[in-house]
Write a protein that binds this ligand. Structure first.
Ligand code: ZN
Length: 171
């Protein structure tokens, strides 16, 4: 099991835009395996390729049983808004409150070049959008909302995955 070195702020790679992936090659598939291992090893729920120094539009998500790799993700729809506390493996020890949509629909490719469409909400939607921001050099600390010291997140739906559909088309 290979681990990648997680980059921390103010590493400039975290502020750069990642490039689209033309095709998932064996080399990039190895990167994804390493990203899953690194994410798990760091107890993270998401990890974007720029966080390990690779400027490609790839991220992994791991929340409970939901383990997914997103390549060239594209937001199709989003709605709602709510506040919750976020952290980031690249910003150790820091947390803050960020507003995100409660619902998001995203199209992406997985590590095997298969296209899928996912509908997610709450923590899963939040995680996907946090990781997507990394691909554009955006960090959660850019989006902090001022709240009272005794802020508590509102009650949330526990069903995070609404649907996951693989499209017929192979890229
Ligand atoms: Zn992050």
């Amino acid at each position: 099991m290979a681990l990648r070195e997680v980059r921390f702020v103010p590493d400039s790679v975290l502020r750069k835009s990642a490039k689209p992936v033309k095709e998932m090659t064996p080399r990039l598939q190895t990167l994804v395996k390493d990203m899953y291992n690194t994410m798990d090893n760091e107890d993270g729920i998401g990890l974007a390729a720029p966080q390990v120094g690779i400027l490609k539009r790839i991220f992994t998500v791991g929340i409970g049983d939901i383990r997914l790799c997103f390549v060239n993700p594209e937001v199709l729809e989003q709605s709602g808004e709510y506040l919750d506390i976020e952290g980031c493996l690249s910003i150790p020890g820091e947390t803050g409150v960020v507003e995100r949509p409660t619902y998001v629909k995203v199209r992406a490719m997985d590590e095997n070049n298969k296209e899928f469409i996912i509908e997610a909400r709450y923590l899963l939607a939040r995680c996907i959008l946090h990781e997507l921001d990394h691909l554009d050099g955006v960090l959660f600390t850019d989006k902090l909302v001022d709240v009272e010291d005794d802020f508590e997140p509102e009650e949330q739906e526990e069903d995070l995955l609404i649907s996951l559909t693989y499209t017929k088309k192979e890229n």
